[in-house]
Design a protein around this ligand. Sequence first.
Ligand code: B12
Ligand code: SF4
Ligand code: SF4
Length: 357
Amino acid sequence: MSVDKAFFKKRVAKIKFSPVLKTGNEPNSHVIQSEFNAEKRAGVLKRMASDLGFSSCRIAKAGFLEEEAPKLESWLSHSHHGEMAYMENHFDMRLDPRLLVDNCRSVVTLAYSYFPEKKLFSEGEFKVSTYAYGSDYHKVLKKKLKQLLKDFQAATGEVGGRVFVDSAPVLEKAWAARNGTGWLGKHTNIVHPKHGSFFFLCEMLLDVELQADAPMTDHCGTCTRCIDACPTDAIFAPYQLDASRCISYLTIELKSSIPSEFAGKMDDWIFGCDVCQDVCPWNKKFSVVHQEPYFLPHPDLERMSVHDWKELTKDVFDDVFSSSAVKRTGYEGLKRNIRFATDGASSDSTPSSGNPA
Ligand code: B12
Ligand code: SF4
Ligand code: SF4
């Protein structure tokens, strides 16, 4: 199917296309030291990524995500993104990284585990998603990615490009599925047969050719555990998520009141939700515990009782979550979530820093 910009402009008036095709601030295409071909460069990059703790480094040839375009368009036009207005921006860039980085030729997907040694919260307690136990992954991984790009440039010659962790209009999961970082599970997260799905994704968009990797077979089979377990029926069909019903959205992204229809359905989650991943057989068997000191929880987080959460003060919030992703929902937002999880009462406004993607 041929999909072009004009087609989408006509169909979805709300979607915002990028005003410019180039950002203008990336390095130009460069001459690469002649002893490196696409295969050798890929090998060098993968070894360096592994040394920095990434569990996977896979490559796809940059291009237009033709199959994903109508799916993204449909997702937006059904308002499955809820109030995440940033998902409407840069529709064309989101589908084609060559519009984001000059002369982009390769999309490198890296994965980094956040699976903890032990879960901090059990049934009957308020729960924070495992991805937010330690320091904000955006900062931790961005630093590693910059280092990786620097090392790669030093080893192979001048390479132009940019690095991203959830920080740009990039369909990270689509690229991860395309280059075999894993397959897109029915819960819509990327799953790997030897690592499960408790890992972050990040990218390097590079202006050099690297040998591309093949996609991976879908191993969901007849399983529907994630769909059956979702407390709010957010996974309305296999591989399709109505984000506006997802607890992760309701507790982190939603700025207004949590709709009353979700009262009694939050399953004690007050920041994010891990249910669909916790029940996945690939996680039960294969999740790999992370070795990242920055992802270790603040000692006070482990000790929080239901009473402590209900009495949470701004000072304690600032101390426990000073470097955490939980800051995204803010003190008032977290208090709203605690109140809603307690008695279904919600109040307005979750101050948010806004997602740059
Ligand atoms: C917006 C967003 C959210 C939203 C929406 C989630 C979603 N599934 O899209 C909300 C707030 C709900 C959310 C929640 C979470 N998120 Co989030 N999120 C993002 C973000 C910023 C964009 C995702 C996006 O583009 N969605 C748009 C839709 C269109 O994408 P999609 O669902 O993947 O659509 C595909 C499929 O649904 C399929 N499809 C669509 N229609 C159809 C129809 C048919 C018939 C078929 C077969 C398929 C199909 O094709 C589509 C295109 O590939 C990414 C970072 C990034 N820049 O990519 C992180 C990201 C996806 N999130 C991540 C994480 C960790 C989470 C949570 C686990 C956090 C938590 N514990 O609370 C939950 C998981 C919830 C879930 N079940 O997905 C990770 C996922 C890592 C991984 N292993 O896959 C990412 C990649 C961030 C990162 N850099 O690591 N997130
Ligand atoms: S994160 Fe929770 S609410 Fe969202 S789809 Fe998964 S199980 Fe459902
Ligand atoms: S729980 Fe089952 S259906 Fe859902 S992602 Fe895991 S294997 Fe696939």
